[in-house]
Design a protein around this ligand. Structure first.
Ligand code: FE
Ligand code: FE
Ligand code: ZN
Length: 279
């Protein structure tokens, strides 16, 4: 079964997002846990969360992905900035327990001149202060494009973070097609090779979600500018191959392409059309 959806506005709550997703032909979705600029989170309505849990239990909606604000920096050098990121993430994880068993994805952050090694160390400390044994949420490190001082542009950097996390079983990785392509992994010419590399460095069992985006820029550009499916440098054929790859099946595929809802519906239709159940 293909679980595919797109990034949605969180304004209406869980059941409203589920309704929107279903109207687009989706059976999963992603949302920001709070204003992407890092502000306050909306209060969770327990009745809405309960209704959503029932939808997931019935199988109507698969595993969903919450995305942390992309402006928080979990490896900041500045003490106050780092503390803010940690408090936001801790609050997000508490709130996620209203809808148990889903995914919480975040950007590892920017080392802002401290160097990759120091960045990895701070992110690891952030996670060790964040994760708790009772949590049902799996926390995902997103693969990044290596723009600026971003950590996570190489699989080895994510592996180094994971190696330092005490509650490793609470962790996974989200593979973003635009980011890894911009990071220099040739998913157009050699998808099998890239996935073999991911398996060797991190382990394929850690790939818990896919962000499916085309890229405005060429391989290795370290830019991170998403494009609509088929209109960028990755192209429709390679993106369909990702959706169909045996090593990636069964995980939620989330579109973060520059679209309004009708554009997302069209891309979901296209990708569902390309999907073959078994090969
Ligand atoms: Fe992201
Ligand atoms: Fe992404
Ligand atoms: Zn991106």
């Amino acid at each position: 079964m293909l679980f595919i959806g797109c990034h949605l506005s969180a304004s209406g709550g869980f059941t409203a997002m589920a309704d929107t997703a279903l109207s687009l032909g989706a059976n999963t979705f992603q949302f920001f846990t709070r204003n992407p600029r890092g502000g306050a989170a909306k209060d969770i309505d327990p009745a809405d969360a309960a209704a959503f849990r029932a939808l997931q239990q019935s199988g109507t909606i698969g595993t969903i992905v919450a995305h942390a604000s992309y402006t928080i920096n979990p490896c900041a050098a500045n003490e106050a900035t780092l503390d803010f990121a940690r408090r936001m993430m801790a609050d997000d994880l508490q709130r996620m327990e209203y809808v148990p068993g889903n995914l919480y994805n975040f950007h590892p952050g920017s080392h802002v001149g401290q160097g990759i090694e120091k960045g990895v160390e701070i992110i690891t400390q952030t996670l060790n202060g964040l994760l708790f044994p009772e949590q049902t949420t799996t926390v995902l490190l997103e693969t990044m494009s290596g723009k600026g001082s971003e950590v996570g542009g190489r699989f080895e950097e994510l592996r180094a973070i994971l190696d330092g996390v005490q509650l490793r079983e609470k962790m996974g990785v989200c593979l973003d097609s635009c980011h890894i392509f911009d990071g220099g992994y040739d998913i157009v010419g050699d998808l099998d090779g890239v996935l073999a590399e991911f398996d060797r460095v991190i382990g394929l069992e850690s790939r818990r979600a896919i962000h499916l985006n085309d890229s405005k820029n060429p391989l290795g550009s370290h830019k991170d500018r998403h494009e609509k499916i088929g209109q960028g440098n990755i192209g429709e054929k390679a993106l369909c191959a990702i959706v169909n790859h045996p090593a990636l099946r069964g995980r939620p595929v989330i579109l973060e392409t520059p679209n309004e809802l009708p554009g997302y519906a069209e891309e979901i239709r296209l990708l569902r059309g390309s999907y073959t159940e078994n090969d």
